[in-house]
Design a protein around this ligand. Structure first.
Ligand SMILES: [Zn+2]
Ligand SMILES: [Zn+2]
Length: 285
């Protein structure tokens, strides 16, 4: 195992176990200040327990691209490469839909508009195929500052359903779920100057994003967690990243098995088959 590969593995452990983080820092320190040539196999044995416990697949569930979201400034291809570098197995592209912060020209005919919207996903998928990263499709449906992550639909479904923008939000949620999709509410208790209010409709969603890696105020996540517990709703996490550097920590979920689709991921959340990537402990920030 090369030092770079080793460090990559350790880096990917750091949210899960402080010891992994500390090993990483020590190695960087040694490398930078002493130029010491250390025996990697020795360190590997020390860390073996970490590898055994944390050998899981890592997924991003919530991210934006500059192809689809006005607030994103990294291309889908750049995002895919970044996640691959960080050791993720896959990503789900969830650009803001036409009722969110979209960068798609809304005057275009529906079919063309949907096609443009899906380009972030398509470009990420093309890059993913080259570099070995699974890329799945999702939608961040908006209603003011209330955002809902929809998994299990695709370009064909959107093209065929050209009346969804005329539906009230809960009517849309009910409809898209009746078509087999799963919906998780994103950051239901975020506070920001652009948020005038958030709708909470626990009977119309399949779960709640209780960890959002863009939140620096832990209360936003804590409230979401209480909300989900209150209603007995499944829980998940995501980064909500808008470029390659904006995350507070590498978010998303871990799974003991590989997902085959965005819907597969959503069903794993509902079945309780994932672990959420959480912020690093205060000492490791
Ligand atoms: Zn955004
Ligand atoms: Zn988002």
């Amino acid at each position: 195992m090369s030092i770079h590969k080793f460090l990559n593995v350790i880096t990917n452990c750091r949210n899960r176990l402080h010891i992994g983080y500390n090993y990483y820092i020590s190695l960087i320190f040694l490398d930078k200040y002493t130029k010491q040539v250390y025996n990697i196999s020795t360190v590997y044995i020390h860390c073996n327990v970490i590898f055994q416990r944390y050998d899981m697949y890592r997924y991003e569930t919530h991210l934006h691209t500059s192809e689809g979201s006005a607030c994103s400034n990294s291309t889908a291809s750049e995002m895919a490469r970044k996640y691959k570098d960080e050791g993720y197995t896959g990503i789900i592209v969830t650009d803001h839909f036409f009722n969110g912060n979209t960068c798609i020209d809304l005057s275009l005919p529906w079919e063309k508009k949907v096609h443009e919207y899906c380009k972030g996903y398509e470009h990420a998928r093309e890059t993913g195929a080259k570099i070995g990263l699974d890329v799945f499709f999702g939608v961040e449906y908006g209603n003011g500052a209330s955002d809902f992550l929809v998994y299990g639909i695709d370009e064909k479904w959107l093209t065929e359903n050209n009346d969804i923008m005329e539906m009230e939000p809960t009517v849309f949620l009910e409809y898209v779920r009746s078509c087999g999709a799963k919906v998780f509410q994103a950051h239901p208790f975020r506070e920001a100057p652009y948020i005038r209010g958030t709708i909470h409709c626990p009977l119309f969603v399949d779960g709640i994003e209780i960890y959002n890696a863009s939140h620096r105020d832990p209360r936003f996540n804590e409230r979401a967690k209480i909300y989900a517990e209150w209603y007995g709703l499944p829980v998940t996490g995501g980064s909500d990243s808008h470029n390659t550097t904006d995350r507070f920590y590498p978010g998303g979920v871990l799974s003991p098995r590989k997902f085959t689709s965005a819907l597969d991921y959503a069903e794993a959340v509902i079945a309780g088959g994932i672990e959420i990537l959480t912020p690093p402990p205060p000492s490791a920030k």
